[in-house]
Write a protein that binds this ligand. Structure first.
Ligand code: BMA
Length: 329
């Protein structure tokens, strides 16, 4: 593989490792079967039974409260079938921790329990926390409730246990100081402990200074768990959300093998730069094609639309080795 192949870039976007689907935006509020303000930040998974791609989108209604809604497509690009009513509404007052909505789901198929695990942000009066629900069909859900109290979000489960324990990456926000990515463990998916920082936010002028968070659930590769995460750059004009890569040890995911120095994707196009919250690209799901290499990444653009970009896992791994952070700041 030569360097040009490794650095597959959009024309005019040097350094980007994901290529935008030319027909973006893929899905918008205008296509929704009922009134919503915006659809964005979808979780994504390939369904076990049909092989279809299912998106679980965050749909924000015209009160400002979000629910989750499914869209299905055979090829993950065209001919989406959207649920005619909210698939996963916030259940306030039954679940007061969801009083201000449910947001940003990450989906993982967990073979041991024969279910999809959905981790999502539950927006409570005390702030956003991480909730967990299990499902087999995205119609009936088994609720585990809030598993990480506020303020915490950007969580995904690993699809298998490590030494008998489930593992979850998440991003608590401390009262002061930087917001890092953490990893926690559980014997039963309900009780979580052994919390530790997995990857700290950098500092100063870095693109991922002071606040980072997981985007797509860990992708298993022979070389480790590949993750896409975001860095939030605070500027005089507002925040810039950009994406980077990291690789975690396959058998001990508390160990970071590589972390990208540069960002690999950021807001460039009008649908990423302009919207309810400008300058945001925010994936919550990615699906591997049957070729085992092409990754379809589904992301919110400017908290307004659903978009897709593709990348090569092999290229990302090769790039990561050449661009990993060696600790110099
Ligand atoms: C983050 C999350 C995302 C959102 C982003 C930009 O904190 O809440 O849902 O896309 O901010 O507003």
């Amino acid at each position: 593989m030569n360097p040009t192949q490794e650095d597959r870039t959009d024309p005019g976007q040097p350094g980007e490792l994901l290529q935008r689907w030319p027909q973006n935006p893929l899905l918008t509020a205008a296509l929704w079967p009922y009134p919503v303000n915006a659809v964005f930040n979808p979780g994504a998974v390939r369904l076990q039974d049909t092989g279809e791609i299912l998106l679980l989108a965050r749909a924000e209604d015209r009160r400002g409260i979000s629910h989750l809604a499914t869209a299905r497509s055979a090829d993950g690009m065209t001919q989406w079938t959207i649920d005619p009513s909210p698939t996963f509404p916030a259940r306030s007052p039954d679940r007061p921790e969801e009083v201000w909505g449910v947001e940003d789901p990450r989906i993982v198929w967990v073979p041991e329990i024969d279910r999809y695990a959905v981790t999502y942000t539950a927006y409570s009066r005390g702030g956003p926390g991480v909730s967990l629900a299990l499902t087999q069909d995205f119609r009936a859900f088994e609720y585990y409730g809030m598993v990480m109290p506020p303020e915490d979000k950007d969580a995904a489960l690993f699809p298998r246990r490590f030494g008998g324990h489930w593992a979850m990456i998440h991003r608590p926000v401390p009262a002061s100081g930087s917001a890092h990515m953490w990893i926690s463990f559980s014997p039963d998916l309900r009780h979580w402990g052994s919390h530790r920082v997995l990857m700290p936010a950098r500092d100063g002028a870095w693109w991922d200074a002071r606040k980072i968070g997981l985007n797509t659930p860990p992708i298993e590769t022979p070389e480790g768990w590949l993750i896409i995460y975001h860095g939030v750059r605070q500027t005089a004009a507002g925040c810039l959300y950009r994406l980077g890569l990291a690789l975690l040890n396959l058998e001990d995911p508390t160990k970071v093998i590589y972390r990208s120095d540069e960002w690999i994707f950021g807001p460039v196009t009008p649908y990423e730069r302009t919207g309810d919250v400008g300058d945001v690209v925010f994936p919550c799901g990615a699906v591997l094609d049957p070729d085992g290499d092409t990754l379809k990444v589904y992301y919110g653009g400017a908290d307004t639309s659903i978009n897709m970009a593709t990348g090569s896992v092999q290229s990302m791994l090769a790039w990561l080795k050449r661009h990993h952070y060696d600790g110099t700041v």
